[in-house]
Design a protein. Structure first.
Length: 318
């Protein structure tokens, strides 16, 4: 498994964080009414109708249920489960998915989770990796390379790595690639987690037009909170000579606030003639508490750009 979380995880905090975020020692949400345990690695044409598969259990879970994927190494013979039938639709308002820290979910093609509910998709002790979402439409954004949520996303002791959201050969309009790793209309909360090595990009624009943009190489969200977490090595870029394309927020683009406590925003980049804010774009309040911002790069402002009426900046021991 390609998870880089080990270098960022703070083990002494694990038990306290589990209690704080309503998890048992095994990672099971305390408020889950039913826990669905994965007992099959099948994700073929019949997976949605086969009890025990990840696709079946996600589809048949209630909004207060939890999906237990800790059996992946036993039933799959590897540390990961591969999705062969496209992204997993999560229609519940809220759902929890948890592992033990050793498991990963990766697709053979496409995005991993499409959460259409307006509640919270909670992921704990799990690696989400190598997903991608590509749009070649002039009027359709590419939102969320690995995770898309119409609501909010919470990651606890988890990683989202090596994902991509791409606009490919748009012929006009003003499509945007938003959130290479995670796109959420609501809030993204990271606790003891890593979002790294993700990409939002516009590729080979055939007829450049104002409005093409790559935004949030790691995360695009309504607001972001990071505690004991790392957002690193993400990129927002365009791979063409479209000089009217702009790239904002290599690590994070948030239309609201960004709060980071004991966290790192490092080595994120925006590339291209219109690139800005290698680290983050924050259209709201910015709070940095005992956190590090370093090694981010862009043509204009390598670190963080903050704007928005009534916004403020608070920096403590950072």
């Amino acid at each position: 498994m390609k998870s880089r979380l080990e270098m960022f995880r703070l083990a002494p905090l694990a038990a306290g964080l589990s209690t704080l975020f309503g998890l048992t020692a095994a990672g099971t949400p305390l408020l889950a009414s039913t826990t669905h345990t994965i007992s099959s690695c099948d994700d073929g044409v019949s997976a949605a109708a086969t009890p025990g598969t990840l696709r079946y259990e996600v589809t048949h879970a209630a909004p207060t249920d939890a999906i237990d994927v800790t059996n992946i190494p036993t039933v799959c013979g590897t540390s990961y489960i591969t999705l062969y039938s496209g992204e997993l639709p999560i229609t519940q308002s809220a759902l929890a998915i948890f592992g033990s820290g050793k498991e990963a979910i990766r697709p053979i093609r496409g995005r991993i989770f499409h959460h259409s509910g307006i509640g919270t998709l909670s992921i704990s002790d799990l690696t989400i990796e190598s997903g991608y979402y590509i749009s070649d439409y002039s009027s359709k954004n590419a939102d969320g390379g690995c995770i898309y949520s119409a609501g909010s996303v919470t990651l606890t002791n988890s990683s989202v790595i090596d994902c991509e959201a791409r606009i490919y050969k748009p012929s006009g309009g003003s499509p945007r690639a938003r959130g290479g790793g995670i796109f959420a209309k609501g809030h993204v909360t990271l606790t003891g987690s890593s979002v790294s090595g993700n990409l939002a990009d516009v590729a080979y624009a055939a007829a450049p037009a104002a409005g093409f943009a790559a935004m949030g190489g790691g995360i695009y969200a309504g607001s972001v909170t990071a505690d004991y977490s790392t957002i690193a090595g993400n990129t927002a870029t365009y791979l063409a000579n479209a000089t009217t394309t702009t790239c904002f927020g290599g690590g994070v683009y948030t239309t609201g606030s960004l709060s980071a406590t004991h966290s790192t925003l490092a080595d994120n980049h925006t590339l291209g003639a219109g690139s800005r804010a290698g680290g983050a774009v924050v259209i709201g309040a910015l709070t940095l508490d005992s956190s590090t911002v370093s090694g981010n790069s862009s043509l204009v402002t390598g670190g963080i750009i903050q704007s928005g009426s009534g916004s403020y900046t608070k920096v403590i021991n950072s």
